[in-house]
Each structure stands twice: as structure tokens, then as C-alpha cells.
Ligand binder design. Structure first.
Ligand SMILES: Nc1ncnc2c1ncn2[C@@H]1O[C@H](COP(=O)(O)OP(=O)(O)O)[C@@H](O)[C@H]1O
Ligand SMILES: [Mg+2]
Length: 372
């Protein structure tokens, strides 16, 4: 799939922008603070209904104006259709979403209609960072291929907060605790189950990609690390049983700590290179390359599920990669629509004079664009 055109009104530092994109490679060049990431953020919002940088929609509205309007025209090759996705964000926190002029009543109905994978400098630290970042990665990526997962994780997090609040009372209603626990077990078991399935698929694809990126010198293993045993994780009913038991066993500790110790909110990914924990022992280069392999596997996975590639956004990561990794990355993304932002002008060298469109961005305007 690819985004053909974009319209922005009073969005971030853009007044009124209309732009047509290249079907494959789009390069956004500009100094810092000119509006490159803002543009990337807008494209991301057509897939997720929100920014990847903030949960506060209001921040997207141009200073001193009341509402922001974003429109993207997306061509989906598999369905052979065009989706005009419109987002209208108002100061009073209301948000309107339309697809081909029809209003959607909730964001969940937008998720999965189009697919976008974004790489930002934080993603290069996926392997190096703490477990929270890796869980966020899993949740975001799984949500866009499984809208049910999106709903489940949102509900799970809400109930987890309620349970933790309840535990803060010296005397609490144990019936209410049982109600929460039952809900956590139902939602959480599905989350465990889907994560395991997802990570196994990602592991398989990223192993192959990683071989390609390292001339077969490195063997990459991605493992799911959770409290549920390997045997139980294959069957949702077994997960439920085990989860229930563990939750019960930790009740005393939970009451003492006023917190929930057991659940998918404690999960992590283990990343091994040639059998060794890359997070602890890997070099920075290895950690980055394995992060790239994992993110790239997501692109392949979406293609295998949706029968077409997602739109790929590479924000500010080129300057963090050496030339060899830059070209390996671009070569992996041959038939994909890619947006690359960069503050440097030496793009022609990087892209081996591939057909592409280059945009020069300054102060919320596209000064000129040309095709190569
Ligand atoms: N709501 C807003 N209204 C007007 N300008 C904004 C808004 N939000 C961010 N900006 C401006 O956008 C610029 C940052 O744009 P960004 O796309 O992040 O830059 P870069 O080109 O470095 O990626 C800053 O100058 C900031 O002041
Ligand atoms: Mg930026």
C-alpha cells in the first residue's frame, strides 16, 4: 500500500500543505526543527488515529488556531481501492475520523485499515532498552495486525490500574478483587497467547533477515520471556489455569506491595546473538543491527498477513547508521513505500540513484521537490 497524497491544514507548523508522493522512495531533507518529523507523524496518524510522539491530540493543532485537519489518500493494491482518511482534531479534545467521508465512531475501527511501520532512533535501541520499550513494541505491532488485541490490551491496562488502586486500601472488598482477577485472567490469557504466537513468527523471519545483514556470521534468536510456562503457553485454557494459580499465589505479596506482580505487563523479549544475550553482552553495532532485523521482520510479517507491504517511515535513523547498514536497509525495502528524513543532502549517494522523490522542507513548507 502507499500514500498517494497528503493535505494538512493548521497541523503542527504547517498552514496549508498539499503534496503528492512517490510510490516507493520519498526523501525529506531539511535542517532541524523544520517539519520533517511532523510530516512523518501525520502519515503515522492515518494508521493509528494518533501521534507516535504524544497522546495529547491538542499538540497537533497549529499554535493559535482551533483545529487541525489531515487528509491522506491511500492506495491499497490488494483491495485495489483508495481510502481517503480524514482526521479533524479540535481544541476541545474532540476528534473526528472519516474514511471515504463516512465517520467512524471509534479509533479501533481505523486500526488495521492501513499499515505503517515507523523506525525512529529509539527503535534502534529496542534491544538495548528496558523491557517496557520492548512490550510497547509488541503491543503496537500486534495491535495493527489484530484489532482484537488492541482492545484487549487497552482493557487489561485499565483493569490492572483498578486492581492496583484497590490493593492500596487497608481493607478492601475481596469480591471486587475476584471480579478484577477474573477479567485480568480472561484478557491477559489472550494477550499471552497472541504474544507467543507473534514472537515465534517474528523470530523466524528476523533470523533470516539477520543472516542477510551479517553475511551469515550471526545467528539471531528472539525468545518470549513470560511467567507462563512453555508448555502452557500453547493452549489458552492451560494459560488461564496457570495464570489463575500464579495470581493467587502472589496475592500476599501483591497486598504488601500494593501492586500486581504477575501478568503480561511484566513480559519481555530475550534477544540472543550466537546464543549470547545481546542486551547485556552485545556491541552497540550488534544491538542496532538486531533491532533493525526485528523491525524489518515486522514489515515482512504484515506482508504475509495482509498480502501487501506497509508504509515504512524512517525518521532520523540514517545519520545513526554507517553506509553499509544504510544500503542494506534500503535494499531490504525494495517494493515498499519508504519515507526517509535526513538533515544531510548526500542522499543521492545513499540511494544509488534509485528512482525517488526528494522534498526540501523549511519552516513548515516544502520549498521544492524533484524526482530522480
Ligand atoms: N502545534 C504546533 N504548532 C506550531 N508549530 C509547532 C507545533 N508543534 C511543533 N511545532 C514546531 O515544529 C517544529 C518541529 O518540527 P519537526 O518536524 O519535529 O522537526 P524536524 O524537521 O527536525 O523533524 C518546531 O519548530 C516546533 O516549534
Ligand atoms: Mg525530526
Amino acid at each position: 500500500m502507499h500514500i498517494q497524497a497528503l493535505r494538512l491544514l493548521n497541523y503542527r507548523n504547517y498552514n496549508d500543505l498539499y503534496v503528492d508522493f512517490h510510490k516507493n522512495l520519498n526523501i525529506l531533507i531539511g535542517k532541524n526543527g523544520q517539519g520533517k518529523t511532523n510530516l512523518i507523524e501525520a502519515i503515522y496518524a492515518f494508521a493509528f488515529g494518533k501521534s507516535f510522539r504524544t497522546n495529547k491530540d491538542k499538540e497537533l493543532i497549529k499554535f493559535n488556531t482551533d483545529k487541525a485537519f489531515l487528509m491522506g489518500r491511500i492506495k491499497r493494491e490488494y483491495y485495489d481501492d483508495l481510502l481517503d482518511i480524514e482526521l479533524l482534531i479540535s481544541k476541545n479534545n474532540s476528534k473526528g475520523i472519516k474514511i471515504n467521508k463516512l465517520s467512524l465512531d471509534k479509533i479501533a475501527n481505523l486500526i488495521g485499515k492501513i499499515n505503517v511501520v515507523i523506525f525512529s532512533p529509539e527503535d534502534l535501541r529496542l534491544v538495548k532498552e528496558g523491557p517496557k520499550e520492548r512490550r510497547t513494541f509488541i503491543d503496537k505491532e500486534l495491535s495493527q495486525i489484530d484489532p482484537k488485541y488492541y482492545n484487549y490490551i487497552a482493557s487489561y491496562n485499565k483493569i490492572l490500574v483498578q486492581r492496583n488502586n484497590l490493593l492500596k486500601f487497608k481493607e478492601f472488598d475481596s469480591n471486587l478483587l475476584n471480579v478484577y482477577d477474573e477479567q485480568l485472567i480472561n484478557l491477559g490469557s489472550y494477550i499471552f497467547f497472541r504474544r507467543d504466537e507473534f514472537i515465534k513468527r517474528i523470530a523466524k523471519i528476523s533470523k533470516e533477515i539477520h543472516k542477510g545483514l551479517t553475511d551469515s556470521k550471526e545467528n539471531l534468536d528472539i525468545l518470549y520471556s513470560s511467567v507462563i510456562s512453555k508448555k502452557a503457553i500453547l493452549d489458552i485454557n492451560l494459560i488461564k489455569e496457570e495464570y489463575k494459580k500464579l495470581l493467587k499465589e502472589s496475592l500476599d505479596v501483591d497486598i504488601r506491595r500494593q501492586n500486581t506482580k504477575i501478568g503480561p505487563h511484566k513480559d519481555d523479549l530475550k534477544v540472543l546473538i550466537n546464543g549470547i544475550d545481546a542486551r547485556v553482552y552485545g556491541s552497540q553495532g550488534q544491538q542496532r543491527t538486531s533491532s533493525i532485523s526485528i523491525k524489518l521482520s515486522q514489515i515482512e510479517l504484515i506482508n504475509s498477513i495482509k498480502n501487501e507491504y506497509p508504509i515504512v517511515l524512517l525518521d532520523d535513523i540514517f545519520s545513526e547508521l554507517d553506509e553499509k547498514r544504510q544500503s542494506l536497509l534500503i535494499n531490504q525495502l525494495k517494493d515498499v513505500q519508504v519515507f526517509v528524513t535526513s538533515a544531510e543532502r548526500n542522499h543521492e549517494k545513499i540511494f544509488n540513484k534509485k528512482s525517488c522523490k526528494v522534498f526540501y522542507i523549511e519552516d513548515g513548507k516544502i520549498l521544492n521537490s524533484h524526482s530522480i
